[in-house]
Design a protein around this ligand. Structure first.
Ligand SMILES: [Zn+2]
Length: 435
């Protein structure tokens, strides 16, 4: 009898984790809606099971949409019949996922907290790797790096902010500060990767960036939604929300749905909460939560920011994708000096970014943007806390890969965003000294 173990086929490897959702045969379509009717139809289509709109549909702008195999031919026919322009970006999203995050053997994949630093920016890391890297930085650079646990996620994971400052004590510091959060939306893997790239520049290359940490305290939260981030690694690569449950409420109203966990953590902030562009349906990707700050993640972040409100001069939140540098909503819609300043500094940032690799980031005010949103963190930071320079940065790309950006783009994206943030910081500091 032959008892030798057979090598698992690639198919078996793919199904290694029985819980893992497969996107085999799912297509990624790009559609150009030219009429309000088409927009409405896309919204209706997005309510169908397993359909995902990757950006909100806007007239005359392309929309990327994930379609399950069973409806592809009928959708294609319908688009052709109605002469709606479209192209197919991928005929197998699972392949994009596998290419982006190839399986590694444990010894290669797991970064251990050793004397030598093995963290890389050539592939996307697990939450464990990221935590180990942050601990490594704290222990190696303890004279100017500290880790602060600002709270816990819905599933009880630590929310770890790295503090980089030439002053030892957080309480005693009087310096201006910059806050950066990343990984709010679980599937936007480029966001934590870029935050960690920025951290590396400020810490491991501190000799060249000393002026940035001598004059400013940095508070960076690379993974704001750790439960969602882990879930995108273990189960559903395209999961967006947190993983909280509120079973009493959900069971009462949404008992027929199978998995309606989580809240969109960028719709849960206490500014124009649950107005436009968010949903009251817990099963929806833009679910705003039961009330403003109903989620432990947004509560922890907002409390920390409020405690440091006197010192925070810049608020940044990293998202993807579409390459946009977004200015917060201006509720009065009046042109004020303040908005001229936001525009001026934003322009400096995107211009310096472009000089590096020629990458275009569109600088846009959110009240001029094509789709409405509410309960966003940058609007709260600007309009409720009064942090003058608050921006949302939508990282690479413009939709070729969307959320499945290849790891080879981590370093170029990190470099250009670090350049932009360095320019922004220096310009804001010079401006503060002048006035
Ligand atoms: Zn996002």
């Amino acid at each position: 009898m032959n008892c030798a173990e057979s090598k698992p086929s690639s198919e078996e490897e793919e199904n290694y984790d029985f819980k893992r959702i497969s996107y085999k045969g799912y297509h990624l379509f790009r559609i150009w809606p030219r009429s309000d009717d088409t927009i409405e139809n896309l919204k209706i289509l997005s309510e169908q099971p397993n359909v995902q709109l990757w950006l909100p549909p806007v007239k005359n702008m392309s929309v990327d949409i994930v379609l399950p195999p069973n409806i592809i031919s009928s959708i294609k026919e319908e688009l052709k019949e109605n002469s709606i322009e479209f192209s197919i970006l991928s005929t197998d999203i699972q392949k994009l996922i596998s290419d982006q995050n190839p399986r590694h053997s444990d010894s290669r994949w797991k970064f251990k907290n050793e004397q030598t630093n093995k963290f890389t920016w050539t592939h996307y890391h697990s939450l464990d790797d990221i935590s180990n890297y942050l601990e490594y930085l704290r222990s190696t650079y303890s004279n100017f790096v500290d880790l602060i646990t600002i709270g816990k996620s819905a599933e009880g994971r630590d929310l770890k902010v790295i503090r980089i400052s030439s002053d030892k004590s957080d309480i005693e510091s009087l310096k201006p500060a910059i806050w950066i959060d990343a990984g709010v939306h679980a599937r936007e893997w480029i966001s934590p990767a870029v935050a960690l790239f920025i951290i590396k520049q400020l810490v491991e290359f501190n000799n060249t960036n000393k002026n940035l940490t001598q004059n400013v305290d940095w508070y960076i939260l690379p993974v704001s939604n750790p439960d969602g981030y882990i879930y995108t690694h273990t189960t559903d690569r395209l999961w967006k929300k947190s993983r909280s449950t509120d079973d009493g409420f959900r069971n009462r109203y949404f008992w027929e749905e199978s998995d309606c966990k989580g809240v969109d953590l960028n719709r849960n902030w206490d500014f124009r909460w649950n107005e436009d562009g968010s949903s009251e349906n817990p099963c929806h990707d833009t679910y705003a939560g039961r009330h403003p700050f109903s989620e432990p993640e947004t509560r922890a972040m907002s409390n920390f920011i409020l405690e440091h409100r006197d010192r925070i001069i810049i608020y940044l939140t990293l998202h993807s994708y579409s390459q946009m540098w977004l200015m917060p909503s201006n509720p009065t819609k009046s042109k004020s000096n303040d908005y001229d300043d936001l525009l001026y500094m934003g322009r400096k940032a995107v211009e310096s970014l472009k000089k590096l690799h020629g990458t275009n980031y569109k600088l846009v005010a959110k009240h001029n943007i094509f789709y409405p949103t509410s309960g966003n963190s940058d609007d709260w930071a600007k309009n409720k806390v009064g942090i003058k320079y608050s921006y949302t940065i939508e990282l690479r790309d413009r939709g070729t890969y969307g959320f499945l950006l290849p790891p080879s783009e981590i370093i170029p994206t990190g470099k250009e965003i670090f350049t932009a943030i360095r320019t922004l910081t220096k310009s804001v500091l010079i401006n503060a000294l002048d006035s």
